[in-house]
Design a protein around this ligand. Structure first.
Ligand SMILES: [Fe+2]
Ligand SMILES: [Fe+2]
Length: 276
């Protein structure tokens, strides 16, 4: 039951995030969607913590998120309906559960879904007729090969991030390890955004496809693999930094320079944890 909810929350995170990137974070609709997406990330996180605490293996495959893509208004209406359905759903689940924390989380997901439905409704009412009938537009300008590179980097960083999140849930009782991993996962989310924003602005479908996680390794082995993953990513990003097409996108260049330094920091931190 909780894993189905986790997959639904994951779907909502991605739907609102992708739509926010398509609109642009600096627009009213984009900023609002980004804010909703962050709240869905908490919902996902609380469920993941509970599932792992109960000894379960969290499902990282997002559920489908049904929505009508014909216009901004139809999308926001779909979001409102989706959130409205979750209110009785989560309230019903809470009734089946005795554990006070799990019950409280499920009830909270119900009342926050009710707020989300109202926020989407208000956003819908604020749109001008042109905005309501239109869609986030633009794109189709990036060369196919470069777009494919961005998609690969997006998928790679999404995978790194999900593995960190999985570890932080699975090893939540191992001192500060869980928290340190979640801290890095949040930074990976920022790195993911560098590629996701560029792909979304170009109008392509974002490649949020989780790779199979495999059996959970020991904490030490998991950190060793994660350090190796980020070192490999750095090598690709260093090569990407020299790419002629990338150099045309000044904003991405600055963000990638920062990401490269942060990736080195993350790798060094993890290598240090392994020594200890
Ligand atoms: Fe939610
Ligand atoms: Fe929601």
């Amino acid at each position: 039951m909780l894993n189905r909810d986790l997959a639904d929350e994951h779907a909502a995170v991605i739907r609102y995030l992708v739509h926010a990137y398509q609109e642009g974070e600096d627009t009213t609709v984009g900023a609002s969607l980004l804010s909703r997406s962050r709240e869905e990330m908490w919902h996902m996180h609380w469920l993941g913590m509970i599932i792992a605490k109960l000894g379960g293996e969290p499902v990282f495959q997002p559920a489908p998120y049904p929505y009508d893509p014909s216009s901004r208004a139809s999308m926001l209406q779909s979001y409102r309906e989706y959130e409205e359905k979750l209110i009785p759903h989560y309230n019903g689940e809470a009734e089946k559960v005795d554990d006070p924390h799990i019950r409280r989380v499920l009830l909270r997901e119900a009342w926050e879904s009710a707020i989300h439905a109202r926020r989407f409704q208000r956003l819908l009412e604020k749109l001008s007729p042109e905005e309501a009938g239109g869609l986030p537009s633009g794109g189709g300008e990036l060369p196919a090969g470069f777009l494919e590179t961005l998609q690969t980097e997006l998928a790679g960083k999404y995978d790194e991030m999900l593995r960190h999140i999985r570890m932080s849930w699975a090893f939540q009782d191992e001192g500060t390890a869980g928290w340190n991993l979640m801290d890095q996962a949040m930074e990976k989310m920022k790195h993911l955004a560098i590629f996701a924003e560029a792909v979304a602005e170009d109008g392509a479908v974002l490649r949020f496809k989780p790779a199979p996680m495999g059996a959970l390794p020991s904490l030490e082995e998991a950190v060793r693999r994660a350090a190796g993953d980020v070192r490999n990513t750095m090598k690709r990003h260093e090569a990407l930094r020299r790419d002629e097409e990338l150099k045309k996108h000044g904003g991405v260049v600055v963000k990638l320079d920062l990401a490269l330094q942060q990736e080195a920091y993350q790798a060094e931190e993890m290598e240090d944890w392994l020594k200890k």
